[in-house]
Ligand binder design. Structure first.
Ligand code: CP3
Length: 364
């Protein structure tokens, strides 16, 4: 027992020691054990490139209605696993459910992406709730429980949240913008007010991730999609430091939690990011420099990535060459095959099949 009366959260596989649990190759890599065939999954693997997703989506009402219906969310999470037998499922939800649980209005406009009430002045930030209403997120935990019980025990289940910086960029601007200038500007002009948003997101993300572990997530991913727009000093303050606090906060209650960071666009700052945040793995985008990653990142943690989603759309020889380049660069170390960012809706399913066949034929 911990001082505050909470029991530490132990990964499920340690519960029944008499009954050996099947090995999950994805978790093995995060624990430091390279697999001869790299485990594989795809960022945004449940989504519009799948006809079965589009069919359910058309009947579900709004995107958040889909996220908050445990039966539908579980079904959509499992669709790509049934079709492609990926080594990991990621729970179907969104990073913007946290602002929603903090009482901000969040909508997803068809074809336009997310829309929120902009939180763009110190006065408005002053009124931001400090604690999320976690009952609003109950359907996400229920979906996790359903997926875990339906999933092959060799397949890992990933829970996630957005990194505070990336979530804050949408909260401040009220939408996605090409370079998230509104949040960058606010962070320069009113750093104390901006720090309040970040602090609220750090604390609530810790609670949210711990609840996802409790509901059956085997690993967690922290998506910092907009890390790459920050200069080094701001990257340290708004991306590295909040992520470090989340990892520390989660591990204080769940010491064995496996956590992957995705600071998209971090480039040469990746070694510092992994060293300071203490993540178990890092997802890299397709612009990463292989020698830097091998020598200064993969030497410390597992690496996940980094096929260009456009190569997956292109298919043919271009796709084979891109897959081989990723395998040659990273598969000799602890490696999880993935895309460098989310799969795009226009991606042909046959190209995903071509990718899986080639990755699984890898002999290394
Ligand atoms: O399959 C999975 O990966 C799990 C589900 C998932 C979604 N969003 C579903 C989704 C995950 C992990 C996310 C993360 C997410 N959401 C990120 C970080 C990762 C990344 O891709 O950069 C970000 C920045 C968001 C915010 C967000 N949600 C945006 C900008 C958009 C609009 C752009 C788009 O892709 O449509 C969304 C909507 C969204 N989230 C969709 C899905 C399947 C599409 C909505 C629909 O189907 O109508």
């Amino acid at each position: 027992m911990y001082q505050d009366g909470h029991k530490p959260i132990v990964p499920q596989r340690n519960f029944r020691l008499s009954q050996p649990q099947p090995v999950k190759p994805f978790l093995e890599v995060l624990s430091g054990n390279r697999q001869s065939v790299p485990p594989v999954w795809m960022m945004r693997q449940a989504g519009r490139y799948l006809p079965e997703y589009r069919e359910l989506r058309a009947t579900a009402g709004s995107f958040l209605d889909l996220c908050f219906n445990p039966e539908w969310a579980a079904e959509v999470t499992l669709q790509p696993i049934r079709r492609f037998r990926f080594d990991a499922a990621i729970i179907f939800s969104d990073i913007l459910v946290i602002p929603h649980a903090l009482g901000r209005e969040v909508r997803f406009e068809a074809g336009e992406g997310p829309r929120l009430d902009p939180l763009d002045t110190p006065e408005k930030i002053h009124t931001l709730a400090t604690a999320a209403d976690f009952t609003k997120l109950e359907p996400v935990y229920e979906a996790l429980r359903r997926v875990r019980s339906a999933l092959d025990p060799k397949v890992a289940l990933i829970g996630f949240c957005g990194a505070p910086w990336t979530v804050a960029t949408y909260m401040v601007a009220g939408q996605g913008t090409p370079d998230q200038a509104p949040a960058r500007m606010l962070a320069y002009r009113a750093p104390d007010a901006f720090a309040k948003i970040i602090d609220v997101l750090v604390e609530n993300s810790i609670q949210y991730l711990l609840r996802q572990l409790k509901a059956g997530a085997d690993a967690l991913q922290i998506f910092d999609t907009w890390a790459g727009v920050l200069p080094p000093r701001e990257f340290q303050r708004w991306s590295v430091e909040p992520t470090r606090r989340i990892v520390e906060g989660v591990r204080a209650k769940a010491p064995h939690a496996k956590i992957i960071g995705f600071p998209r666009g971090a480039g040469a700052q990746l070694p510092r990011y992994v060293e300071q945040t203490k993540v178990d793995g890092v997802s890299i985008d397709w612009t990463a420099e292989p020698s830097l990653i091998r020598e200064q990142v993969q030497s410390r943690v597992a690496v996940q990535g980094n096929l260009d989603p456009l190569a997956l759309i292109a298919g043919g020889d271009a796709l084979d060459r891109a897959i081989d380049a990723a395998l040659t660069s990273y598969a000799s170390g602890r490696y999880i095959f993935n895309l460098g960012h989310g799969i795009q809706p226009e991606t042909p399913i046959a190209h995903v099949e071509q990718m899986l066949k080639r990755v699984r034929a890898y002999k290394g």
